[in-house]
Ligand binder design. Structure first.
Ligand SMILES: Nc1ncnc2c1ncn2[C@@H]1O[C@H](COP(=O)(O)OP(=O)(O)O)[C@@H](O)[C@H]1O
Ligand SMILES: [Mg+2]
Length: 391
């Protein structure tokens, strides 16, 4: 594993980030604060991360020349999303460039079927799942899963795009057609009582776990997280135990977010792993001693891990694009949030919004998660996404 030879990089060494979205932006902020140089690669000019970095290479993620340029100009590379051609990353690794997490890890994670198969083999609890190659097969799996399942595209999904919930036979064909063209798997529909996630940070010296976040999704998009999750210590132990096994299985260095379902009996099942900072970890910017973004910078530069201790209870609410605005926008009412103590507003610098698009988030800190959630919700309701009218 190339990660064993991780090199300590002092500022102003250069960190290359594949992907210029909000995760890259928040990574870049911390890297810049610590004195590193940052180059991002993204096809969209002036991408959210490009705006706060030293340089953006504007090119497709499949452009090997551009990826190689990023590699040549960086001392180490990482990525902010997992839908990258892993073959290209392997080529760069074979040319001697350092990438964390490695292409091998990304190959295991980016295909949900491959990922779940590896987890299951390692004895980590996951929902029942089956590969699906035809409508006929889908119908058979539907029977096996008692008439309730989630059809998933094995690659390329995010924010629920690539998933179809099937609870009736009549939905089989439409769901299959909608996702045809992708490698598919069908998964047991988990009647969970909670969704939670934990971030594990692993470097050359050890592992640090972040507090467990409790996540609420709507239409498969994260709406809010509260931290710490309201779970028993037994459930917390099971989560940490599974997370330990996941990290061991990956045998790599990086920041990993592991999403779980918790059922009514207190069983925990791994939903999926992200090999990068995660939306459910945004609270760590203000809520923890070391944010998930600073942590990934520390890991890839071969520096010591920082403490992930929670400073106080937190709530993070996503700011999503509303149905009324599609295109250029501005935020009205920000002064309301700025008048609230320990309530933190983040806007990602995206040029356009559209319904349900993640354009920012709010983190509130409080004595309790309910107090923090109340504050974050009040803050969110006090602002509006407004259309910029063309003149
Ligand atoms: N097997 C399942 N049972 C019940 N709900 C599910 C299942 N799989 C996914 N979901 C719901 O859909 C959301 C998104 O699914 P996920 O597989 O995590 O896809 P994405 O890659 O889009 O994050 C989950 O957070 C959960 O709310
Ligand atoms: Mg997910």
């Amino acid at each position: 594993m190339n990660a064993k030879q991780i090199k300590r990089l002092v500022p102003s060494s250069t960190i290359g980030i594949v992907g210029g979205g909000q995760l890259g932006r928040m990574m870049a902020y911390d890297a810049k604060r610590m004195g590193y140089d940052v180059i991002v690669l993204d096809p969209k000019p002036n991408a959210p991360a490009g705006q706060v970095s030293d340089r953006q290479i504007t090119a497709d993620f499949s452009d090997i020349t551009a990826l190689r340029e990023l590699a040549t100009q960086s001392d180490v590379m990482t990525y902010e999303f997992e839908h990258i051609d892993v073959e290209l990353l392997s080529v760069l690794e074979s040319e001697g460039y350092a990438i964390y997490p490695s292409a091998r890890t990304l190959r295991m994670i980016q295909n949900k079927f491959v990922q779940k198969t590896a987890l299951k083999k390692a004895g980590i609890p996951v929902p029942d799942f089956y590969p699906v190659g035809s409508l006929d097969e889908l119908a058979k799996v539907f029977e096996k899963l008692d008439g309730k399942m989630v059809l998933k595209s094995c690659t390329g999904g995010y924010d629920g795009k690539g998933n179809a919930i099937i609870k009736d036979k009549s939905q089989l064909e439409e769901a299959y057609q909608m996702l045809s063209g992708y490698e598919l798997m069908a998964e047991e529909f988990v009647e969970y009582v909670k969704e939670v996630s934990i971030i594990a940070a692993k470097n050359h010296e050890g592992i640090v776990f972040y507090p467990v976040a409790e996540n609420t999704h709507k239409d498969s998009i994260l709406i809010h997280s509260i931290i710490p999750a309201n779970i028993t210590s037994d459930i917390e132990e099971s989560i940490k135990d599974a997370a330990q096994k996941v990290v061991k299985e990956m045998d790599d260095y990086g920041l990993f977010c592991i999403e779980f379902f918790v059922d009514a009996k207190g069983n925990v099942l791994v939903n999926e792993i992200a090999p990068r900072p995660h939306n459910s970890g945004h609270y760590s910017i203000e809520g923890c001693i070391t944010s998930q973004f600073e942590q990934v910078v520390r890991i890839v530069t071969g520096m010591p891990l920082g403490s992930a201790r929670l400073r106080s209870a937190c709530a993070m609410y996503n700011l999503l694009g509303c149905n009324e605005v599609d295109g250029a926008y501005y935020i009205e009412g920000l002064e309301n949030i700025l008048n609230m103590e320990d309530c933190h507003f983040h806007l990602y610098g995206k040029a356009d919004t559209k319904p349900q698009k993640k354009i920012g988030h709010i983190t509130a800190l409080g004595e309790t998660t309910s107090e923090a959630a109340l504050k974050a919700r009040e803050a969110l309701y006090s602002i509006q996404v407004k259309k910029i009218r063309e003149v």
